[in-house]
Design a protein around this ligand. Structure first.
Ligand SMILES: [Cu+2]
Length: 235
């Protein structure tokens, strides 16, 4: 009976501590002069070019959303996370489609599977060039191919490129906890299930660098924060 009570108490405490977790959410703003959207021609590879009907594709390295916010910013907890977190069993998918990486920027946990897909009927090679993790370079000549990789240590960010198509580029933020998010086409990000505490939150943009701020969250709180990247009129 005693055992049963303490078991019940443990469940209650677990539920309680879960509901007491906090959320940090907000937007990544942009002020200044945005570079002109860069157009990428795929004429160098006839098959890629044909997939896009001979049209150029807009580069994703500097995407200012219609509402003046930034897309593809990796927002994550840089410092302050306590305890150990196991990776989820679902893989993160990096797809190569239309000679383009989908998504451009993503987060993944240490030990979590990265599923790299080739959805194109042509050769891609996936070349990851981390500094702390082991680099890899895998050819994927056939449509429908899937390759699995994992990372062993946190690293923000791990660059990906394709040596066949020099315009292909993607970035992974590898962390040993699940507290990360990528800004969407409204500039929004959301980090959920954060235990109460004080954290350093960093926002990473591939062209604009990083911004950090310290945030304290109380139990159950949803805290709204903002990052503002600036760029002065250099073309
Ligand atoms: Cu490629």
């Amino acid at each position: 009976m005693k055992k049963l009570i303490s078991f019940g108490l443990a469940i209650l405490l677990t539920t309680f501590s879960f509901s007491q977790n906090a959320t940090v959410k907000g937007v990544v703003k942009f002020v200044g002069e945005a570079p002109k959207p860069r157009l990428i021609s795929m004429k160098a590879d006839r098959q890629c070019d044909a997939i896009h009907g001979g049209k150029s594709v807009t580069a994703e390295d500097f995407v200012v959303n219609p509402n003046g916010t930034l897309k593809w910013v990796f927002v994550y907890v840089k410092e302050g996370v306590k305890g150990k977190y196991n990776p989820p069993s679902e893989p993160v998918v990096l797809d190569q489609q239309g000679c383009w990486y989908h998504p451009r920027v993503f987060g993944i946990m240490v030990g979590q599977k990265l599923e790299i897909r080739n959805s194109d009927p042509l050769l891609h090679n996936v070349h990851a060039t981390p500094k702390k993790n082991k680099p890899f370079n895998i050819g994927q000549p056939v449509k429908g191919m899937k390759t699995y990789q994992t990372f062993s240590t946190p690293e923000v960010m791990v660059p990906f490129k394709c040596d066949v198509h020099p315009w292909m580029s993607a970035y992974a933020g590898v962390l040993d906890h699940p507290f990360f998010s990528v800004s969407n086409d409204k500039g929004e990000f959301e980090i959920k299930n954060l235990p109460p505490g004080t954290y350093t939150i960093e926002a990473w943009h591939e062209k604009l660098g990083t911004l950090t701020q310290t945030v304290t969250v109380k139990p159950g709180e949803t805290k709204q924060i903002e990052f503002t990247f600036e760029r002065k009129g250099k073309k």
